[in-house]
Design a protein around this ligand. Sequence first.
Ligand code: NAP
Ligand code: GLV
Length: 306
Amino acid sequence: MSLALIIPDRKLDDLQQRLSQALPDTRVEIWPDITDPAAVEFAVVWKQPPGSVAALPNLKAIQCFGAGVDAILADPTLPALPIARIVDPALTQTMVRYLDGVLSYYRLRLDLFKQQQQQAVWQPKSPRRIAHICVLGLGELGAAAANYFAALGYQVSGWARTAKQLAGVQCYSGDAGLAPAVAQADVVICLLPLTPATDSLLDGPFFSRLKAGAIFINVARGAIVDDEALLAALNNGQLQGACLDVFRQEPLPAQHPFWQQPNILITPHVSAVTNVSTVVAQIADNYRRSQTGEAMANLVNLNKGY
Ligand code: NAP
Ligand code: GLV
């Protein structure tokens, strides 16, 4: 009986070692070096090559190595198995800290002063007025971000699929709730999952509904945004700036116009990276559950896609 790590874009020695310590009776192997595919009953997966999971005939369950499962579900050969995802207070805290930093960047006008520095311009300006923040997606990460900014005294609105109640947050839901949720926002943060319902959801009509001069932050998935519509909104002043941590194609291709857009701040998908040391326990626990037939923690609803 063995456990496979199918995570091609990370060094896995640490994860392999820690899982082997937590599960001393289980062989933990790194794909593609799997001794016996028929012996693998549990796979920890992230951006797997299509077909790699389907090649494990006795797999019982899949553990996503991150919070978002869109890349796993995109594999057309994926077997119909339970999938759990990462929900980790440390990951949530990392995301909230990133968003807090980005908000300070815009509030202190560091975007403007960086441009002035490049032109040797000395022109003081008082901080930007940011009063209202809207968070799209009020799940593990979105609700934490909304609560955090509400506690700091910002006006906060939020949008989810189903109705929510969060103290200090004006919550909206459903298709009809999107426009009123964003209408007054100085900053809009996207923390939605990528699903068929959210693919390219943030398009031209969406950006035209925002307050003129709003700032947009995407820390969810690139494909939720229509790139051309975002560029148009940045060029016509509808948006003052955008901070993008995620992209339709990653790494962002060198010729992509986002690189040259002066009012875009790019970070390379670093806002909340899964931390091996804080997630090993929940992965080992889900492995044990899959062995005993108990439901895994943090199961993905495959009908909803998140
Ligand atoms: P989550 O707990 O599943 O929450 C998702 C939220 O989005 C829920 O509130 C859900 O509404 C809402 N939602 C889903 N579909 C919707 C729709 N069609 N219309 C309106 N609202 C919708 O997810 P999470 O853990 O907060 O993570 C969110 C996303 O962040 C992940 O899927 C991942 O893509 C991204 N992420 C990025 C990084 C990074 O480093 N950049 C790190 C971690 C996660 P309901 O509550 O009503 O179901
Ligand atoms: C990172 O993007 C994640 O979904 O955990």
